[in-house]
Design a protein around this ligand. Structure first.
Ligand code: LFR
Length: 468
């Protein structure tokens, strides 16, 4: 049988890629055809994503896909969650989307929480409190100059799908991160929309992963040399990453390790009690209506921002190795603290937090890196214990997927801190999850997540770290 090819567009806060997923009866192989940098830029008073540049990079990637894999039958799109752009009535973008790390929600948070208290928000949307959740961003947007002209509120993956196909809808996993979806029904919450004064007509209809959104617009198909469907996947990158966790058994925890570390377990039903809310756990919707019960842990952002401050580019293998060889106990920071969300001066902010908490200040870059690694590993361990206790899910093994699976020192420290075996990889779990959900929709992958994951466990290169 000829292998079949599905394209994955996977864009994170720090970089994007277009991949070919080559699927045959036994395994999925990924080939990267295009990679590009991403990052928010300060423009017109806000931190923004450059939508035009992202669309150009997507088109370049699709042209490369058409050249190398002209048989590609479908494309899926995932990006980070929460952020959106506004379209006017003619479907034109009104501005570059404002990024979630922008400070504009500072005044919106208390305003929204006064309109609907946090306990009621949690009872409806089941989400952890993050200051940048879409509902806060939209409340800030309402004070801005574009609101009156906005006809559609469109999440990032759907902006790209709209550009590629002309079709406008949204998708269940990513919609669940807006704070405006009822966790029990999976549909927009009339109560929250009314309380915030948002016209429900601004929000596209929600469809399930595995639905064909449309086909590439004829003009694009001709220009790029590719005639393919666009199939909705878990368009929240973390939802696709969790599909790509290579474990057929369910007594595992995952760490989806990129700009953020998303740490938790997969459940069949949400946990909405007061203890869960107090521990700030989220119930995000997964593919096949699973629940991703997790917390956002600070993640490699802290490291990325230090490297940026130090002018270091690429993967700093030597620095990581040096940090990994230092003794433990040099100090820890609370990586979840909102003080680390904004960009800029990260080494100084880390030193200040250490000083404040009575730790010695790092004297070298390696010592700063070590503080980040120890702090992350400790936060992973605490979060996994809590997720397990609050949900009743036993955790025998910890799976680390995403870019952070390559960070050997961090994986080793995570195994030690959690007292559990760590299975690291695949680094491209998100693109794999994206490809598998498309492949299943087109009859080229098995029916259940467990079967897909068993295939990944057998077919992907994984590294194991013993707990001691
Ligand atoms: C990871 C991620 C997280 C989300 C954050 C902001 O890339 O999607 O799941 O909380 O980015 O959107």
């Amino acid at each position: 049988i000829n292998p079949r090819v599905f394209g994955a567009i996977d864009i994170g806060a720090s970089g994007g890629r277009v991949m070919a997923g080559i699927v045959d009866a036994r395994r999925v192989e990924l080939v990267a055809v295009h990679r590009f940098a991403n990052g928010a830029v300060r423009r017109d008073g806000h931190l923004r994503w450059e939508l035009g540049r992202l669309l150009t990079e997507v088109e370049r990637g699709l042209a490369a896909l058409a050249r190398d894999f002209p048989q590609t039958e479908s494309i899926g799109i995932d990006t980070w969650a929460v952020d959106y752009g506004l379209l006017d009535a003619a479907g034109r973008p009104l501005a570059d989307p404002i990024a979630y790390r922008d400070e504009r929600t500072a005044t919106a948070v208390p305003r929204v929480d006064a309109a609907v208290d946090r306990a009621r928000q949690y009872a409806i949307n089941g989400l952890q409190h993050l200051p940048f959740t879409t509902l806060y961003q939209l409340d800030a947007e309402r004070d801005g100059p574009l609101w009156d002209r906005a006809a559609h509120i469109v999440l990032l993956p759907d902006l790209i799908a709209h550009h590629l196909t002309g079709a406008l809808s949204t998708e269940a996993t990513n919609a669940s991160t807006t704070g405006l979806v009822d966790v029990r029904t999976g549909d927009w919450s009339g109560e929250l929309l009314a309380a915030l004064g948002i016209d429900p007509g601004l929000l596209p209809a929600i469809e399930q992963p595995g639905t064909v959104r449309g086909r590439l617009r004829p003009e694009l198909a001709r220009r790029l040399g590719l005639d393919a469907a666009v199939t909705t996947v878990g368009s929240h990158d973390t939802a696709s990453a969790v599909v790509g966790v290579p474990a057929a058994d369910r007594d595992i925890a995952f760490v989806s390790s990129g700009t953020w570390s998303l740490v938790g377990v997969e459940l069949d039903a949400p946990v909405l009690d007061e203890a869960s809310r107090a521990a700030n756990f989220t119930n995000e919707r997964g593919v096949d209506d699973r629940i991703r019960y997790l917390r956002n842990v600070g993640g490699l952002w802290l490291l990325q921002e230090c490297l940026r401050a130090w002018g270091v580019s690429g993967t700093p293998a030597a620095l990581l190795a040096e940090a990994g060889a230092l003794p433990t106990g040099g100090g820890v920071i609370d990586v979840d603290d909102a003080e680390f969300i904004a960009p800029g001066e990260m080494p100084e902010r880390i030193a200040a937090a250490l000083r404040r908490d009575g730790w010695p200040e790092p004297r070298t870059r390696a010592e700063t890196v070590r503080v980040i690694l120890d702090s992350l590993a400790g936060a992973y361990a605490r979060t996994i214990e809590q997720a397990s206790a609050l949900s009743g899910r036993r955790v025998a093994t910890v799976h680390v997927v995403g870019g952070g699976a390559q960070n050997e020192a961090l994986c080793r420290l995570t195994a030690a801190a959690t007292g559990r075996e760590v299975v690291a990889g695949p680094t491209e779990a998100t693109a794999l999850g994206n490809v598998l959900v498309q492949a299943r929709a087109h009859g080229a992958a098995p029916a259940t997540l467990e079967e897909m994951r068993a295939g990944l466990a057998a077919g992907q290169q994984l590294r194991r770290y013993a707990p001691a």
